[in-house]
Design a binder for this molecule. Structure first.
Ligand SMILES: [Cu+2]
Length: 271
């Protein structure tokens, strides 16, 4: 009964509220779609935020208390105390303890992102000035992914985030992403998956994600890489295994043809 009610409520929400992209006046993170991101959100919401709120409130209280209690009109003769061993030990030890408490879950999240499980699908993302190139090394698929200009946007395509050739991956599968660049530093970042890795020329960085739900997810280059840094977005479609296999078949033919035509054009230019 409750489930049905919430489902109905869910369907009544405007579509853009459920989209996996940044929203106007958004507070906090984008909705997570992977365990990695859920861990990051937990760490932020239940570890960092309460601690930082507590520290800020405590320091503010101390400041106000000192200002009022020791104001010049009520405290004619100022104290000359400059040392208090117990207080000094406390204000060294307590921050150390807070840092240790924070370090444990922090390292856990960090290492879980670094250990890549056996991959079901491997994709390679290559940063160029200013677009992304993708390869599916096991499937022989190679294509470039350019941002769609404002005047060519279709309905439901978010501005500055949509691309012509989108990446497709299956849901609930381990996707390994190899990231590199061809010219300058870029960074492949997808907030909903908790993924952000530098793309470094001459070096391959690796990361992974396992998308827990289907949908279209948007990211952007996150390393200042030149004049069109803001115009090389990332679009990843998470689909069912069946849809993914269908896309693979079509993509193999489509991109093979495109690449062949490009090579012919290039050969004609050279000659
Ligand atoms: Cu870039």
């Amino acid at each position: 009964m409750f489930k049905r009610f919430f489902n109905a409520l869910f369907l009544m929400l405007p579509a853009n509220l459920l989209a996996n992209e940044p929203k106007d006046w958004q507070l906090g993170f984008q909705k997570s779609a992977s365990k990695s991101m859920s861990d990051i959100v937990w760490f932020h919401d239940y570890m960092l935020l309460p601690i930082i709120t507590g520290i800020t409130a405590f320091v503010l209280f101390l400041l106000l208390y000192t200002c009022i209690r020791y104001r010049a009109s009520k405290n004619k003769v100022a104290s000359t105390t400059s040392h208090n061993t117990i207080i000094e030990v406390i204000w060294t030890l307590v921050p150390c303890l807070i840092l240790i408490v924070m370090a444990v879950p922090s390292f856990k999240v960090l290492y879980s992102q670094d250990t890549i499980p056996k991959a079901d699908v491997t994709i390679k993302a290559i940063g160029y000035q200013w677009y992304w190139g993708y390869e599916y090394p096991d499937e022989n698929i190679i294509f470039d992914s350019y941002m769609i200009a404002d005047e060519d946007l279709k309905e439901n395509q978010p501005r500055l985030l949509s691309v012509d050739n989108e990446v497709f991956v299956p849901v609930n599968k381990v996707i390994k992403v190899m990231i590199t660049a061809n010219d300058v530093l870029h960074a492949w970042a997808l907030p909903s998956f908790g993924v952000k890795r530098d793309a470094v020329p001459g070096r391959i960085n690796e990361t992974w994600f396992k998308a827990e739900r289907t949908g279209t997810f948007y990211g952007q280059c996150s390393e200042l890489c030149g004049i069109k840094h803001a115009f090389m977005p990332i679009t990843v479609n998470v689909v069912t295994e069946k849809e993914y296999n269908k896309w693979l078949e079509e993509a193999k033919i489509k991109f093979a043809k495109e690449n062949l035509n490009n090579n012919i054009k290039l050969a004609k230019k050279v000659n």
